[in-house]
Design a protein around this ligand. Structure first.
Ligand code: NAG
Ligand code: NAG
Ligand code: NAG
Ligand code: NAG
Ligand code: NAG
Ligand code: NAG
Ligand code: NAG
Ligand code: NAG
Ligand code: NAG
Length: 777
């Protein structure tokens, strides 16, 4: 490598980090110049273009893809595989005019609504809140609506010749990394800490997004970040060069299962992550992308790199030191598409050189470009639009009344009631004279959505203050802090606001200015002087006036003192509820509409002590998540209160399960309280062979669903099924079901918790008869 090359590289290193970080931080990044391909809009089709076999709908998909790919030159393939990127240089994949093929934009985010494209979109609660709903049905419907809006806007963009970032129909969503550390900035994008819950949610999201048409896909899915990716983002080191050292057992039992479910659900794509796994960058990791993913799981879709992950292999991981070796390593390992950080010349632009140098074969390159065109074909790009039901969607299908109503429903379902001395629900027939709403999250619309937020029209975003105004004649408000970080705090404002009120509502939390992509937290303390704010409220509120604490955060915050303080009557975790925040809060606090009784459950373990959080960089699962946790948490995984009380009265189940067969059971549930309400039925299993093989959890969620019951309704029969795979343990390089007894727990929460909702958990056992090897996966 000559001196010119060296200086060019060091220039890129300096430039790269902030640039890539900036692009990742802000999914709303938009190039200044719209990338309008007017040429393609108005040019008549090439003669006989309709006659190419790849446009012939009578042929099989495989025949059509093979025909199309066979017509491409290596240079054309290089551009198709290199332009998956962000920024005006990064994409779109260019048109191939001689074949009348248009551009395609691969860079699209659909975490919980259409993210980042110009125009309106419905903003559903951040993913972690959706997970707290513990509702497969809800995530399915949110994904369906997301896909309708993404596809509708995409159809219009294509008609207008717009192919800029976030205009495509192939989603870099959902995020199914395991929330393994409370401090990670991206916990909010995940479905929490449990691989089973994350896997079920991945399945429902992918199916909801992609749709059920037998021929066409509505919007294609892409689970991320594959794999062993769960912090750090920034503390103590950068995610761009981090090496995750993981044991085979933790990898198989914690970091792979949700992705396998995503593949089983039919995802078109996965995204490989920034980190190295045991020394090998994920995007150049053939054990991950070929042996496990294609070999063991039979995945046939495409892998896209995280943004800048390919160039990071050279400049930040220093794993390889030139673009030819890097494109060869990544393509051979199984990464089909480079998402660069706005590079004019992506690393994959050395693909032809790599072939000429004998480091990549033409056959491999053709194989690797094929899933990209297969995906576009299934989206309908090469078929007459009349054949495709999804081509009828348009921007008119965005922010409809139904979609807005689903945003309210989803927000209500996401709230987790952590503490309640009986103050909630508030009396909805009474009109209060004066109430106070204080805290930095009370009226800051910019902090209620979290990262990767869709942008609704501003008038559709209802803050807590706006949503709660109508419940009292006078509302006394003070933010107290200049911003959510609360470095500058004015106690006299807060004390004044809470004087002479009937109820005081305190809205605290992190918001994306404190907890975000690229921003881990060093600890989980309330930001800045927020704790002082709450102390001031407590110390300046008369005994008879209830204090209700609302929390807007993803990873837990240290509120042990508020949990213990009897002056704090209620605590509700709200996550980042997005546009419907204020409306959902009013309904849930007052219980003034159907479905407003809280039933969300924590999708993670809320630690009590800082010593319960192992160092972020240590990827051992020991002591992490409810599956391996040591010591009582403040609130356990699966915990959440209701306004009513449920009783689990009886259960029947398969007592002897033939190894490899599922366990089937029924439980009878009563709503013995005074409110119509939802309940989250949870089934856990526990192995008895102590010591457990490495990686085997102490206890495992094995089924859940969210049900609705009328006040006083009794004997609702709920059927459940524990899959055979849930009973298997990873040992000796494979998954084995062993003969013996296992414990079975069915209720609205985990068994044997110090901190528990007031309903019982039914305990039983079953015997696995015989043993079975399920395979290596
Ligand atoms: C499309 O493929 C079918 C089946 O092979 C063939 O019969 C037909 O002629 C093809 N149509 C065109 C326009 O080439
Ligand atoms: C977004 O919605 C607002 C309010 O309904 C409307 O005024 C505006 O025109 C919409 N924007 C677009 C691009 O459709
Ligand atoms: C497909 O999904 C749509 C929208 O959810 C639904 O109305 C329809 O019944 C489904 N069709 C089938 C065959 O499942
Ligand atoms: C993958 O394909 C092989 C060969 O067709 C088959 O035996 C195996 O069961 C498949 N595995 C999965 C997980 O689908
Ligand atoms: C980088 O390049 C030098 C000189 O060509 C070579 O000796 C070295 O092994 C390379 N390092 C890596 C990690 O490929
Ligand atoms: C709710 O308020 C109404 C109107 O003030 C009152 O009549 C009713 O008794 C209250 N209900 C409860 C449960 O306090
Ligand atoms: C707090 O705000 C009040 C006005 O509400 C102002 O008079 C006072 O100077 C502020 N105090 C500080 C320390 O900024
Ligand atoms: C919360 O704060 C208390 C008091 O400072 C401390 O003892 C505890 O370790 C903290 N918990 C966490 C999880 O940081
Ligand atoms: C990581 O944590 C595990 C479990 O606590 C411990 O055994 C191991 O020594 C730690 N690794 C490092 C490098 O500190």
């Amino acid at each position: 490598m000559g001196p010119l090359r060296v200086s060019l590289f060091s220039f890129l290193v300096c430039l790269h980090v902030p640039l890539s970080a900036a692009l990742n931080r802000d999914p709303r990044y938009k190039p200044k110049v719209p990338n309008v391909d007017r040429d393609l809009l108005h040019k008549p089709k090439a003669p006989n273009a309709d006659d190419y076999p790849f446009r012939n709908v009578s042929l099989s998909w495989d025949e059509r893809v093979a025909d199309l790919v066979g017509r491409l030159t290596l240079e054309e393939i290089q551009e198709q595989m290199g332009r998956g990127g962000a920024g005006e240089n990064g994409g779109p994949a260019p048109a191939i005019k001689r074949l009348d093929i248009g551009p395609y934009q691969w860079n699209q985010e659909c975490l919980r609504g259409d993210v980042g494209a110009q125009g309106n979109a419905t903003a559903f609660p951040q993913a972690l809140g959706l997970a707290a709903a513990f509702s497969p049905d809800l995530i399915f419907r949110v994904a369906e609506v997301t896909a309708v809006e993404v596809r509708g806007k995409h159809n219009d963009f294509v008609k207008q010749g717009i192919f800029t970032d976030h205009t495509g129909a192939s989603c870099f969503s959902p995020v199914i990394n395991i929330m393994r550390d409370s401090r990670w900035g991206r916990n909010q994008e995940t479905y929490g800490e449990d691989p089973y819950l994350s896997g079920i949610y991945a399945d429902r999201f992918i199916r909801g997004l992609q749709g059920n048409d037998t021929r066409y896909v509505r919007a294609s899915g892409g689970c991320k970040h594959f794999d062993v990716h769960g912090g750090p983002d920034s503390i103590p080191v950068s995610r761009f060069s981090f090496n995750a050292e993981v044991s085979e057992a933790d990898w198989r039992t914690t970091f792979l299962p949700a992705f396998r479910r995503c593949v089983e659900a039919g995802t078109y794509s996965l995204m490989c992550s920034y980190n190295r796994i045991n020394g090998v960058p994920a995007c150049a990791n053939s054990e991950l992308l070929t042996d496990v993913l294609r070999g063991e799981w039979n995945f046939t879709g495409y892998i896209v790199s995280d943004e800048g992950a390919i160039e990071n292999i050279i400049y930040l991981h220093h794993y390889l030191n030139n673009t030819v070796d890097t494109v060869a390593a990544c393509v051979n390992a199984g990464c089909n598409l480079e998402l660069s950080g706005n590079l004019a010349k992506p690393v994959y632009f050395s693909l032809v050189d790599a072939v000429n140098a004998g480091k990549l074969t033409q056959a491999k390159v053709q194989e690797m470009v094929s899933p990209l065109f297969y995906t576009r074909m299934r989206l309908g790009e090469f078929d007459p639009p009349e054949m495709n039901p999804y081509s009828r969607l348009s921007s008119a299908d965005v922010e409809t009344d139904d979609h807005k109503a689903l945003a309210v429903e989803a927000a209500m379902k996401s709230f987790v009631l952590l503490k309640n001395d009986g103050v909630l629900p508030l009396n909805h027939t009474a009109k209060y004279g004066t109430i106070a709403i204080v805290g930095p999250m009370a009226d800051d619309a910019s902090q209620l959505s979290g990262d990767y937020a869709p942008r609704p029209p501003p008038a559709d975003v209802i803050t807590p203050l706006a949503g709660l105004r109508s419940i009292a004649s006078t509302v006394q408000y003070a933010a107290g802090c200049s911003e959510t970080a609360c470095t500058s705090y004015n106690s006299s404002d807060v004390i004044k606001a809470v004087t002479g009120t009937e109820i005081t509502i305190v809205a605290l939390g992190t918001g994306q200015s404190v907890e975000a992509e690229g921003h881990d937290r060093p600890d989980i303390e309330l930001p800045g002087q927020q704790k002082q704010l709450l102390m001031d409220v407590i110390n300046n509120t008369p005994e008879k006036v209830p204090i209700i604490l609302l929390l807007f955060n993803a990873g837990p915050v240290n509120i042990s003192f508020a949990d213990q303080d009897p002056r704090v009557s209620a605590i509700m975790e709200c996550f980042f509820p997005a546009q419907a925040t204020g409306d959902a809060l009013r309904h849930v606090l007052l219980n003034d509409v159907d479905g407003a009784v809280p039933a969300g459950r924590l999708p993670y373990t809320w630690p009590l002590l800082d010593t319960q959080m192992p160092p972020m960089v240590n990827y051992s699962m020991a002591g992490r998540t409810y599956r391996y946790f040591d010591g009582p948490p403040l609130y356990p995984f699966g915990y959440g209160l209701s306004y009513t009380t449920f009783r689990y009265t009886a259960m029947t189940h398969t007592a002897f399960v033939t190894a490899g067969e599922p366990l089937k059971g029924q439980v009878w549930v009563d709503n013995v309280g005074h409110y119509d309400a939802d309940e989250v039925v949870q089934v856990y299993i526990r192995w008895r062979d102590i010591p457990l093989p490495e990686g085997t959890p102490k206890i495992q969620l094995a089924w859940f669903d969210r049900i609705s019951m009328k006040a006083g309704q009794s004997n609702l029969q709920v059927s459940f099924e524990v899959e055979a795979r849930s009973m298997a343990q990873w040992k000796n390089g494979g998954w084995f079901i062993e003969e013996g007894f296992m414990d079975l727990f069915v209720g609205g929460q985990q068994p044997h918790q110090k901190r528990a909702a007031p309903n019982d958990v039914i305990t039983a056992e079953f015997k696995i008869v015989g043993s079975k090897y399920l395979g290596r996966y």
